[in-house]
Design a protein around this ligand. Structure first.
Ligand code: C2E
Ligand code: MG
Ligand code: MG
Length: 596
């Protein structure tokens, strides 16, 4: 997954990350040694071992050469000896009479991915009584499917950590890790009475190349630039990509402004050197804004804003150079607030719309509902995706009003469809954590639904998993009240929160939506499939409905259905559609149902 280049620039500090990503561990990781039982041992002796050690789940049975011939699990032995007549029958019998004689035996060098497949193929029977691990056919220990699942989940989380913290194209840290490292560096600067510098870097002619020569051309420019930037700094410093052609650098332990100027000059010079891509000469230049903590700012957010203001200023002044922050530049920040201001006006000026993505029951192909997704077309900024404006709306508080608008529209639409003679279509709306924190949330929410006089059960709230981690008690109270009111509650993007699954028991949930990252290529990725299976088992245990998010291909769909998940949403069925298009889609979709 990673380029050599990415490995080089990440350096030794991340070697461990690489190893875990590059290699698939073997079942050795799961080994748990338990003294085996000889096949001519008596059942009573084995029973004694289980009685003595309550932590024993299962034991391997071996022949004289220490080769496994069977497995006996706690369940079997307890079941047998609990019955009085069976006691007489089996007391002095050889253990081989009551053992499982087709245990899963795997070599210590088998990869964990292969093992996952073996366990899934054998119908998950070996989750608790486990399997025997051998080396050169000789018994070396035991393990269970649960231990395997834990290991796979841990690896998946490590991969997700990588995905969440590194830029996939260039291999350098992304915004999240940048922020993390900046916080640490500023704390250090505070202690050591030195400075931390933040450099904002924007490429000057990137858009031209990207638009005229294509994205793969643009990608190579970005990879090249990341490499050059990394060569200009020390190992302890950080280059990160924030997105698009925006890079940022953290310089640690800076003594004076001149130190920064030297590095900034080096960077401008290095990026300016022509590069050759697909045999074409490319001349890219960079504009840099630099600010220092604590010289120019008292907080992490402030130093970022000031470096950004300096970059904005250098762009105004003619690019291809750098500027160190000065208080005169603060005016530029006003421009940056435009997204926020635009957002506030957008609601008043009717620039928002909702689109609806169908959710399908896979057993009879019927539509069980739709998810309402917000769209913003700004006359000045163009189309702004929700992932970009929702966080701003959360920061500036607009989300409360916006969230109620979404609910209002969703209710209105639900009613309109009913009036058109369509069956009741359940509408799911996304609710952000910030909204739930608002003291009037519950009251406002109910008021909107009441005003439309619709059945509250026609509305489903989608909450992200992270919501539950903070302020558990107040959140729980609000959710319980909503549930009593009659609305349905689901957990969105499930599996990405890395949180303990046990908290689910406490929540009044109807459904979990398994995150798209587990569905992508589920049919070829055994780790994804194993996690999916575990989540399905958990949901069943808690009597929750499950829907798979982001199903794009027929193979993914088949696999999801194969695991008894009977609801799905994704591009395979339809992208999110405007309300009227959804009606036509429903018509065609029903045709498909009736014609098959
Ligand atoms: P989400 O709630 O998890 O919504 C699913 C996202 O995945 C949507 O992106 C949808 O268009 C996309 N998607 C659905 N099927 C597929 C697929 O098969 N493949 C791929 N690649 N993507 C698929 P969208 O509309 O850009 O929304 C992004 C996120 O923004 C949403 O994630 C949600 O967290 C947030 N959002 C959207 N509307 C609202 C809203 O009204 N309120 C709040 N608070 N958040 C919203
Ligand atoms: Mg959602
Ligand atoms: Mg989702």
């Amino acid at each position: 997954m990673l380029t050599d280049f990415a490995q080089n620039i990440l350096g030794d500090e991340h070697e461990e990350d690489y190893q875990s990503l590059a290699e698939s561990p073997t079942v050795k990781e799961l080994l748990n040694y338990q003294e085996p039982i000889l096949h001519d041992d008596l059942s009573v002796e084995v029973l004694n071992r289980f009685v003595r050690d309550s932590s024993l789940f299962s034991l391997a049975i071996v022949d004289k050469l220490n080769r496994p011939v069977g497995l006996i699990d706690r369940g079997t032995i307890t079941e047998i000896f609990v019955k009085p007549y069976a006691r007489d029958l089996h007391y002095r019998q050889l253990i081989t009479e009551i053992m499982i004689d087709n245990p899963v035996i795997v070599d210590i060098h088998t990869t964990i991915d292969d093992l996952a497949k073996i366990i899934i193929d054998s119908g998950m029977r070996h989750m608790s009584h486990g399997f025997i691990i051998v080396q050169n056919e000789v018994y070396v220990g035991l393990s269970t499917g649960h231990a395997l699942l834990e290991e796979i989940t841990r690896r998946k989380q490590r991969d997700l950590y990588y995905l969440a913290h590194y830029d996939q194209l260039t291999g350098v840290p992304n915004r999240l890790l940048f922020k993390d490292r900046l916080v640490k560096s500023c704390q250090n600067a505070h202690r050591s009475e030195m400075q931390t510098a933040v450099m904002f870097i924007d490429l000057d002619r990137f858009k031209f190349y990207n638009d005229t020569l294509g994205h793969s051309f643009g990608d190579l420019i970005l990879i090249n630039v990341a490499k050059r930037l990394s060569e200009c700094i020390r190992k302890s410093d950080t280059v990160a990509r924030l997105g698009g052609d925006e890079f940022v650098i953290i310089l640690q332990n800076i003594i004076n402004v001149e130190d920064c100027e030297n590095v900034a000059e080096k960077i401008v010079e290095s990026v300016r050197q022509p590069m050759t891509i697909y045999e074409r000469d490319v001349n890219i230049t960079a504009s840099l804004g630099v600010a220092l903590f604590p010289l120019h700012a008292n907080s992490v957010d402030e130093v970022i804003a000031k470096a950004d203001a300096a970059m904005y200023e250098i762009k105004q002044q003619g690019r291809n150079n750098f500027l160190i922050y000065s208080p005169d530049f603060d005016l530029g920040l006003i421009e940056r607030n435009s997204l926020e201001i635009n957002l506030k006006e957008a609601l008043e000026n009717g620039q928002f719309t909702l689109v609806y993505q169908p959710q399908v029951n896979l057993l009879d192909n019927s539509v069980i509902g739709v998810e309402a997704l917000l769209r913003w077309h700004s006359p000045t900024l163009g189309f702004v995706p929700p992932n970009k404006f929702i966080p701003v709306a959360e920061d500036c508080g607009v989300i409360h009003e916006l969230g109620l608008w979404v609910l209002d529209q969703a209710c209105l639409q639900h009613k309109k469809w009913l009036e058109k003679g369509l069956p009741s279509i359940k509408v799911a709306v996304n609710v952000s954590a910030i909204q739930l924190d608002h003291e009037d949330f519950l009251e406002n929410f109910k008021a909107v639904i009441d005003a439309h006089q619709i059945d509250p059960a026609a509305i489903e709230l989608e909450l992200t998993e992270g919501i539950m981690l903070k302020q558990m008690e107040t959140t729980l109270k609000t959710l319980n009240a909503l549930k009593d009111f009659g609305v349905r509650i689901s957990i969105d993007d499930f599996g990405t929160g890395y949180s303990s699954l046990s908290y689910l028991r406490k929540l009044p949930l109807d459904k979990i939506k398994i995150d798209r990252s587990f569905i992508t290529n589920i049919h070829t990725t055994s780790a994804n499939e194993a996690i999916f299976t575990a989540i399905m088992a958990l949901a069943k245990n808690l009597s929750l409905e499950v829907i798979a998010e982001g199903v794009e291909t027929r193979d993914e769909l088949k696999c999801v259905l194969g695991h008894q998940c009977i609801e799905a949403q994704g591009y395979f069925f339809s992208k999110p559609l405007p309300a009227d298009d959804l009606v036509s889609w429903l018509g065609e979709h029903n045709d498909v149902v009736s014609s098959t």
